[in-house]
Each structure stands twice: as C-alpha cells, then as structure tokens.
Design a protein around this ligand. Structure first.
Ligand SMILES: [Fe+2]
Length: 304
C-alpha cells in the first residue's frame, strides 16, 4: 500500500465523483508542511495566490463583511497558533516540490480507478493554514478534490446538491467577480454529511458538491489535492460562458441541456482563452485583466 493516499479500490469504483467518502493518507509530518517550509512557499508565491482573512466566520458569511487580518502573509503563517486567521495558498503545484508530491498522490488515485476511468488532468494543490475555530464558509469548488488533514483537526460538512435546491445552477456559473461563498441557511444542516478529519484522515469532495469546513481547537494545516477530468473541464468552460452571457442579459441553459450550444460555448471559450493566455503570465497583468474585464470585485482577495 502507498504511503501517500490510501484508497480502497471498491470504494473508489462505487463512489469516486459520485459521493463523498473517507480516505487515509501518509502526509502528516511531511517536511513540506512545517510552518517554516510554508513560510518559504508563501514568500515564493505571487500575492494573488494567497488569500487570507480573520478565521472566526459563520458558514453563511457575506463576502463583503469578511474581516481582514492586518499582518503580512508570512507573519500570519508564523503566528497561526494565536492570530485568529484563515489562509489559502493556491496553486502550490507551481512549486516543483509540491508538484511532485501532488503527482505522487494522483498516482495513487489513478491506481485505484478502473482502467477505463476518465483521465486525470489539471492537477492543482491548495494548502489551508487556519487558526483554531476557523471556518471556511459554504461554497462549491469547480474541481474534483481529496482534502487531507495534515495537522490539527477539522469537520467538513458536505451536501448533496443534485436537485440544485441548495445552490442553484445560476449560482454555480463562473465569473472572476463572483465570490466563492454561497447563500447558506441553517435548515440545510440536516442534509449534511459530517466528516471529522484528524491527522491522517481525508475526504473526497466531488465536483460542485457544496461544503463548509470548521477547524478544531488547535491550528490546522490541510491540503486539497484537486484535479479535473475532461468532462469537468468542458462543463467549467460552459459554466464560465454562461456566467459571461448572463452578465450581458442572456441567461443560458445548464451544461448538457443544449448540446449544440454547449459546443459553440466551448469553442468560444477556447478562442478567448488562447488570446488572453500571454497576458496571464505576470501577476500585475492578471490583476489588470480581472479589473478591466470583470471589475474591482474580481480582485477581492487583495483586500486582506
Ligand atoms: Fe472547498
């Protein structure tokens, strides 16, 4: 059995991409997750890859009311035991050490899948560094995910949203000016499956399954190991174009409902993205592009 992600082949076969399930991992104590190493990682990342704010939030936190933390990112990590913060370091696959670790984790996931499973693409990692009691409000993520708990503990509440009654299809459309947080109501709670993660535990959160997360009584470090299949990449392109067309007053059908139109949206997305790609390589140009195309709210995470 691998020392990275430990998965049961029958659990993966029955549940991967269809329902959450618990997993185990061997990453706790790994040298890439000491606070010193995470400080060096944060120092090497562009500022727009790091998002942080005060940690004691509600699951229905309004983005515009999220309190900030008046410290530089590296100080937040150094003082995470006491500073009451929540932080996400995004796209850690840009660092070769973390990239290699993520590739190793995905090798375990691939090995547990059926031979005819969709290919695993676009591997990304997100490291969450949170003070005790920090909350990640209710949201959905546009990727497949295995969240692993490295230090401390967390409760992850995951919700089935197949009928779209918790988060609507419109709210799952994508646009850089849309904050991740979704509307949440306490009566959703009865529909949650709660996964308690201690060190060494993990959980699979399928594409667009809503969830919110609460750290336990000590500080927490966790890693979201994420990837996309070709069908997820395609659905995301359609949801991005649907978000853009809605801004123009042209609301659209959900992915899969109008296959011909879906094809045109994917074509348009690919053409647009190819044109913008050269401008996305530097942080200042990414920031300017978001500002010009989507407005000031698209750069909300600079507000900390
Ligand atoms: Fe998430």
């Amino acid at each position: 059995m691998s020392t990275l992600i430990q998965l049961q082949a029958d659990t993966v076969r029955d549940n991967l991409y269809k329902a959450p399930f618990a997993a185990r991992h061997g990453l706790s104590g790994h040298p890439l997750f000491t606070l010193d190493r995470l400080v060096r990682l944060a120092q090497s990342m562009d500022r727009d890859r790091i998002e942080y704010n005060a940690g004691r939030l509600a699951p229905d936190q309004r983005p515009e009311d999220t309190p900030g933390i008046d410290l530089p990112a590296v100080e937040v990590i150094r003082r995470i035991e006491t500073c009451g913060a929540w932080m996400a370091i995004k796209n850690v696959e840009l660092d070769p050490d973390y990239r290699a670790l993520l590739e190793g984790c995905l090798a375990d996931i691939r090995a547990a899948q059926d031979a005819d499973a969709e290919p695993v693409e676009d591997i990304r990692g997100f490291i969450f560094v949170s003070s005790a009691g920090s909350v990640t409000p209710f949201h959905v993520d546009p990727e497949q995910n295995i969240l692993v708990q490295i230090a401390g503990d967390k409760v992850v509440r995951i919700f089935d949203n197949e009928d779209r009654s918790l988060v609507s299809e419109e709210d799952m459309e994508m646009s850089p000016d849309k904050h991740r947080n979704q509307r949440y109501s306490e009566d959703f709670e009865t529909r949650a499956r709660a996964f308690r993660l201690g060190e060494g535990d993990g959980v699979h959160i399928p594409y667009l399954w809503p969830h919110w997360v609460e750290a336990g009584e000590s500080y927490s470090i966790s890693l979201a190991i994420t990837w996309k299949t070709p069908s997820v990449i395609r659905a995301n392109k359609i949801r991005f174009m649907n978000g853009a067309l809605r801004r123009l007053g042209l609301p659209q059908a959900a992915p899969g409902r109008r296959p011909r139109l879906d094809g045109a949206k994917v074509f348009a997305y690919d053409a647009m993205r190819a044109g913008l790609e050269p401008f996305r390589r530097s942080e200042s140009l990414r920031r300017l592009l978001r500002r010009v195309l989507f407005g000031r709210k698209a750069n909300y995470y600079y507000g900390s």
